[in-house]
Write a protein that binds this ligand. Structure first.
Ligand code: TTP
Ligand code: MG
Length: 360
């Protein structure tokens, strides 16, 4: 059985402007515009929600913003502060998942399919993330929760600012039917105009077109539009730091000689590692065990497979590797397992038995 993933999209509200308001309480309640100054040829980086009421928005020439809202506070950006704040936001996000993909300073996806805290509820995790960001950074974020990136990102925009919206697997297809094509991932202004000429205005219209017909009109992107129209988006959350290996190790409180106890600990570690691999959509080809004996002498044993490691043979491999050590005869102070030779899976959907619609 294939289970949907649980994806959260986090987007900070009026990011640069909110940081400025936070650091200068006198700005509270006033329109704030960060970017080029009014008498310059610069553009608006962002405006807070008070200034947006006057029609000011990102990328607008500062001179035009000034005509719309002359009494706003105009500030030059302080990129160092935004970068540092962004680092703090990402640090918070990493507490909730190992699988975090930052899209920009103020925006990231998390795959929380493997997070069993908060009763395994992605919605409660999103709430906890928002709470941590407010409490620790005095800033608000909007969160979108869904079963893929496309819908999670749409969801985070639904109740902005300080929003939290959920699009459940059972509601996704209906939601997309009513969604204007201009809001689909990857459909820009030009494609939107072309679709409108063909009578395609929202998801439901796209569904009337066969995949072949879409490919004929839009090239390879047609495959993509056909998927999105069904509410599907197979893109994995891409954890940036490309890791070479993934491992665990522990030092026992007392040296251990019993082979079964050590084997049990290694199995516990490999289960954790395999779960992490699954969440990140990775496969591994090599497994290595590490043993440090009571006298600090260290031994490693490893085995590489042409095919990716799987839950079934990994256990017997670890047993086999352990038998090639002196475990059982000598006291052991530390054991560890590492998998390496990592590659990304092409699996369209993550298979995890951890998901339940009830607590999405
Ligand atoms: P956004 O997330 O697009 O905008 P925002 O955070 O200001 O507002 P909200 O998410 O509540 O709608 O962009 C994040 C930051 O990136 C923004 O604060 C400033 C910067 N930015 C630019 O410098 N130029 C731009 O054209 C855009 C869109 C953003
Ligand atoms: Mg934002």
């Amino acid at each position: 059985m294939i289970y949907p993933r649980k994806i959260i999209h986090i987007d900070m509200d009026a990011f640069y402007a909110s940081v400025e308001e936070r650091d200068n309480p006198e700005l509270k309640g006033r329109p704030v515009i960060v970017g080029g100054l009014p008498n310059s040829r610069g553009v608006v980086a962002t405006a807070n929600y008070e200034a947006r009421r006057y029609g000011v928005h990102s990328a607008m020439p500062a001179a035009q913003a000034y005509r719309l809202c002359p009494f706003a506070e105009y500030l030059r950006p302080r990129f160092d502060v935004y970068r540092e704040t962004s680092r703090q936001v990402m640090e918070i996000l990493h507490r909730f998942s190992d699988c975090v993909e930052a899209l920009s300073l103020d925006e990231a996806y998390l795959d929380v399919s493997g997070n069993m805290d908060y009763q395994g509820s992605a919605t409660l995790i999103a709430r906890a993330i928002k709470d941590a960001i407010i409490k620790e950074l005095c800033l608000t974020a909007s969160a979108g929760v869904s079963y893929n990136k496309f819908l999670a990102k749409i969801a985070s925009g639904l109740n902005k600012p300080d929003g939290l919206a959920v699009i459940r697997p059972k509601d996704g297809p209906d939601f997309v039917r009513n969604l204007p094509v201009g809001q689909f991932h990857g459909i820009g202004k030009a494609t939107e105009a072309k679709m409108k000429k063909l009578g395609i205005h929202q998801g439901a219209d796209l569904l009337n077109w066969s995949q072949n017909a879409l490919v004929l009109h839009f090239g390879k992107a047609g495959y993509w539009y056909a998927l999105l129209a069904k509410g599907e988006d197979p893109r994995p959350v891409r954890h940036h730091r490309q890791r070479q290996s993934l491992g665990h190790e522990i030092t026992f409180a007392h040296d251990i000689t019993d082979m079964e106890t050590i084997l049990e600990e290694l199995m516990r570690q490999i289960d954790k590692i395999m779960a992490k691999l699954a969440v990140r959509n990775w496969l591994a080809h090599t497994v290595t065990i590490k043993i440090k004996y009571g006298d600090f002498e260290q031994a490693t044993r490893s085995k590489t497979f042409r095919q990716a490691l799987n839950q079934k043979h990994i256990r017997s491999t670890i047993r086999e590797l352990l038998q090639k050590t002196k475990v059982g005869n000598r006291p052991v102070r530390l054991v560890g397992v590492t998998v390496s030779g990592l590659e990304e899976t092409s699996a369209m959907l993550l298979q995890t038995p951890l998901w339940q619609d009830r607590i999405f």
